[in-house]
Design a protein around this ligand. Structure first.
Ligand SMILES: Cc1ncc(COP(=O)(O)O)c(C=O)c1O
Ligand SMILES: Nc1c(O)cccc1C(=O)C[C@H](N)C(=O)O
Length: 424
């Protein structure tokens, strides 16, 4: 017998080999969390390693730098080692440090070297605003005019970017390219390998903002020869709000003096010589700046254990299935209700979330929250849903669409203003 509806969802859950990881997370009873692409949920293991680090502080005081369960002096390097397989890099190429925006500043300060006619930076018009603000301020520091020197590749439809358009914009005057791996609104994956090859063929360095891909999809940054990348660990990696970010620097660039140097970028054995001559580590560790934010990095120790156990390939496979299921349900159950799926249909081009466009999106989101579903809203008309492989069930995806259908049929959203909240 062909299973349908809720029975079908339950059957998918029954045969899901990752389903036991759900118990590792704090999921508020009566809610369905669909916002792991903005802030991942707390896991018990992340909580445990955070508490252990606090215990180390209690027990060892200053000696916690070298003693205790997770010695602080080596934590960033240890985390880099654990994170490296998730971005397809060697341990020395990855560092857990800073934040997305700070790491972007660090890497642009290091790799943006305008020379002769090559003075411009290439980005895109759909990227996350902080990247644009950072690039503008870097150009300002060099004394360049922002309008002429920051080139933003246009989107043809306001949702997606075409690789051809980006390649066409890789002109002789471009010194550096910064693009997202996955677009934060539409969830489109860019062809990182192709863009990197094309940039290098034209003598241009290229770096990626991987906030929306790390922990959601596998990467091969080393093999693709990406020059550098940066990301946050609080979305798909469940590292906690404002948790320490990550960066990748291709080993061919080891030895480059960081644009923003600080003593934690030193060779470990030299750091406490306290010399005024900077001796950088010969690895991505050299891009650290000051004292690591230990309590904001500690949850990641436990969280990354879960990723190591589950395997990023398995996580990706389940994420694709969950998202495909959501798309099919939207198409079948929410017909003629004014929704448009603003996310690529092809698996290869889709990251970890789905964007539903609707002209009443802001207030539909509020109504979803009132009904115990947590998505997020991006102005002017996008509702983002992220079914997360480690803690979302197929049954929850089924329920989300059923509840959304009821909200639309009963026009429950009409009691709210169609305006975003302060944190949308
Ligand atoms: C693509 C992208 N870049 C950067 C950020 C934020 O950077 P930060 O972690 O520095 O606030 C986000 C999300 O907040 C993002 O989605
Ligand atoms: N970084 C965030 C924050 O500090 C508050 C609220 C949300 C966020 C986010 O991460 C937003 C997210 N980058 C986005 O894709 O829109």
């Amino acid at each position: 017998m062909m299973l349908e509806g809720l029975d079908y969802a339950k059957e998918l859950d029954k045969v899901d080999s990752l389903r036991h990881f759900r118990e590792e997370f704090y999921i508020k009873p009566g809610t369905i969390y669909m916002d792991g692409n903005s802030l991942g949920l707390l896991s018990k293991r992340a909580e445990k390693t955070l508490l252990e680090s606090i215990e180390d502080w209690k027990e060892f005081g200053i000696d916690g730098w070298t003693q205790g369960k997770h010695p602080w002096f080596f934590m960033a390097e240890e985390l880099g080692k654990k994170l490296a397989p998730l971005v397809g890099a060697s341990a020395e190429e990855v560092m857990v440090t800073g934040s997305t925006t700070v790491n972007l500043h660090q890497l642009v300060s290091t790799f943006y070297k305008p020379e002769g006619l090559r003075t411009k930076i290439l980005a895109d018009e759909l990227t996350f605003p902080t990247d644009i603000y950072a690039l503008q301020s870097q150009l300002r520091l060099h004394g360049y005019d922002l309008d002429t020197h920051l080139i933003r590749v246009k989107s043809r439809d306001g949702r997606f970017l075409e690789e051809e358009d980006m390649i066409e914009a890789m002109n002789d005057d471009i010194a550096l390219i910064i693009l997202p791996t996955v677009l934060y609104r539409s969830g489109q994956i860019l062809d990182i390998k192709r863009l990197t090859t094309e940039a290098h063929n034209r003598g241009i360095l290229i770096g990626f903002d991987a906030c929306h891909s790390v922990g959601a999809i596998p990467h091969s940054f080393s093999e693709w020869d990406v020059d550098f990348a940066f990301w946050c660990n609080y979305k798909h990696l469940n590292g906690g709000p404002g948790g320490v970010g990550g960066l990748f620097v291709n080993r061919k660039h080891f030895g480059k003096i960081p644009g923003l140097a600080g003593w934690f970028g030193s060779k470990k054995e030299k750091q406490f010589d306290m010399e005024h001559t900077f001796t950088p580590a010969h690895s991505a560790a050299s891009f650290q700046i000051g004292t690591p934010h230990i309590l904001s990095a500690a949850p990641l120790i436990g969280s990354l254990e879960i990723f190591t156990e589950a395997g990023i390939e398995n996580i990706r496979q389940k994420s694709l299935k969950l998202n495909q299921y959501l798309i099919e349900l939207v198409e079948n159950e929410l017909k003629d209700m004014g929704f448009f799926i603003g996310t690529p249909r092809e698996d290869m081009r889709r990251g970890g979330h789905i964007s539903l466009e609707h002209e009443e999106a802001a207030r539909i989101c509020k109504s979803l929250k009132e009904n115990g579903i947590i998505p997020d809203f991006r102005a002017p008309n996008i509702i983002r849903f992220a079914p997360v492989a480690l803690y979302t069930s197929y049954e929850e995806v089924w329920s989300v669409v059923q509840i959304l259908k009821r909200i639309m049929k009963d026009k429950q959203y009409e009691k709210f203003e169609n305006e975003r909240e302060i944190v949308a």
